[in-house]
Design a protein around this ligand. Structure first.
Ligand SMILES: [Zn+2]
Length: 495
């Protein structure tokens, strides 16, 4: 048997870590088995489509290096792998079931179906269709058809328990008829339901293994019923436990942070993402503190070691892995690392500003200044002030107790310059300033506040001592002197 698997996302939002993991597992399974990996776009729920998400799916797969063997990559290919281009096929197949008496027309209005649903919820029952149209007489049907009434096609569920054998979840029994009633296969707008399109495509694309998210397990008995109605052999199923957010909630396509491209834009490397997903969802292990390449992961991949339980996203683990990735980049491809970093910074602070930076200084800032950063996003968030000139704008009255600023703050600057030229060491706490303040009778906390405002125009950020280390005494002094001038002028004008 030649293994054929597919990744079948809906373009209804950006691809997040959970979606990508499904893609990777399919890819690895295909590579390991010498099989084929297909990309299929399931876009039949037109109301939920987000126009940018198709490009996002391609970008993500391309970025992490997971290349499908087949998919909608050219105009000629699209009709084979994009569901909205295959509507005629689904319609024809649905009508085949209608002709065989395995499906029937449902003329119920949306209003009626909504009422049924609300009624069920009110009585704390699971909403199910009451199968009313199953019992329409031929005469009633003909009347409605001659009135050109809209109808959907529903699958006639028989009284049977459906057993789903899942490669991960084992065997589960479902009673579709009594829990949901007859389900829709073709909507009144003549678009197929997810269930119908999915089964027809998996069959016609000769999919041997359906590896998909746990959320589809409940749909699988319906799919098996459709396979059975057509007389087709179903593929093997494996439902992969979902990844939850840190707070234990389901990942959502609206939760921007975990969008894969959003992680990319914050400076995560594709190796980090792939290694992370393998570590959290299987017994995959890192050899020493080096991330594995995609080829190495293929070598190591063993489907049987995929975890049977849900896992939570851990940002700290993602960061730790990206630190490994950065360390390796710096060792193996320093220029590549710097190029990426420079491009990232140029986007934020302009070309000119960043061109003035030496490679050594950038590496110093990234790896030494205040701990090793795990991604560009955190780096810019904390050290962005280096390239952002501070425009003084603050309430100056608060600094009246500092008295003559040239004396109180200016004196402190002299001391800092002296200490700096002696050591150039990292001085997180500037211990000598406390002594200075008690000798000169200057309010220490207010002085620190003044320095912080002058450096970054904000109360938050790195400790002042670290900012000194990052900026150097010269730039530090320049900013604080500007702050002194500004405050003096403001106070003078208000008098
Ligand atoms: Zn009906």
């Amino acid at each position: 048997m030649v293994v054929t698997v597919r990744f079948a996302p809906s373009p209804t939002g950006f691809l997040h870590l959970g979606g990508l993991r499904t893609a990777i597992i399919n890819y690895l399974f295909a590579r390991k088995q010498g099989g084929t990996f297909i990309l299929r776009i399931e876009d039949t729920d037109q109301s939920r489509i987000v126009s940018s998400s198709l490009a996002d799916i391609f970008d993500v797969l391309n970025w992490v290096g997971i290349k499908p063997d087949k998919g909608p990559f050219t105009k000629e290919d699209a009709p084979n792998y994009v569901q909205s281009a295959r509507l005629d096929i689904y319609k024809e197949k649905a009508n085949e079931l209608l002709d065989k008496g395995l499906a029937y027309r449902c003329f119920c209005s949306t209003t009626r179906l909504d009422l049924l649903r609300k009624e069920a919820l009110k009585n704390r029952n699971i909403p199910r269709y009451d199968n009313r149209c199953r019992f329409l007489s031929d005469k009633e049907i003909d009347e409605k058809l001659s009135e050109k009434a809209d109808y959907a096609l529903r699958f006639r569920s028989e009284d049977q328990i459906v057993n789903v054998d899942d490669l991960i979840y084992g065997s589960t029994r479902f009673d579709v008829k009594n829990s949901e009633g007859d389900f829709i296969i073709l909507k009144s707008n003549k678009f197929p339901s997810y269930h119908l399109a999915n089964v027809i495509d998996d069959h016609s694309m000769e999919i041997t293994h359906v590896l998909r998210g746990e959320e589809w397990l409940l749909s699988t008995p319906k799919h098996l019923m459709i396979y059975n109605a057509f007389g087709w052999d179903p593929p093997k199923f494996a439902h992969i436990p979902i990844i939850l957010n840190e707070d234990g909630k389901k990942l959502s396509k609206r939760h921007q942070d975990l969008g894969v491209m959003s992680l990319k834009s914050r400076g995560y490397y594709p190796e980090t993402i792939i290694n992370y997903l393998m570590l959290t969802s299987s017994s995959f292990e890192l050899k020493s503190n080096k991330l594995a390449s995609l080829e190495e992961i293929v070598q190591q991949f063993n489907f049987d070691t995929i975890h049977r339980s849900r896992c939570k996203v851990s940002y700290s683990k993602l960061k730790a892995l990206n630190r490994f990735a950065i360390k390796t980049k710096l060792e193996d491809d320093k220029q590549g690392f710097l190029l990426t970093l420079r491009n990232y910074l140029k986007d934020r602070f302009g070309e000119k500003v960043i061109d003035n930076e030496t490679d050594d200084h950038l590496i110093f800032l990234f790896t030494e200044s205040s701990g090793r950063y795990s991604n560009f996003g955190d780096f810019v968030e904390e050290l962005g002030f280096v390239w952002t000139p501070c425009d003084p704008a603050w309430a100056c009255d608060q600094f009246l107790p500092l008295g003559d600023l040239d004396k109180s703050v200016g004196g402190c600057l002299e001391l800092i310059s002296k200490e700096w030229s002696n050591s150039k060491e990292r001085m997180d706490k500037l211990p000598f300033l406390k002594t200075y303040c008690s000798e000169k009778n200057v309010d220490y906390r207010l002085l620190m506040r003044f320095l912080r405002y002058s450096l970054v125009n904000s109360e938050i950020g790195l400790p002042v001592g670290q900012m000194l280390y990052v900026l150097g005494a010269e730039e530090f002094s320049r900013r604080v002197k500007k702050g002194i001038e500004y405050t003096k002028n403001q106070l003078k004008n208000s008098n």
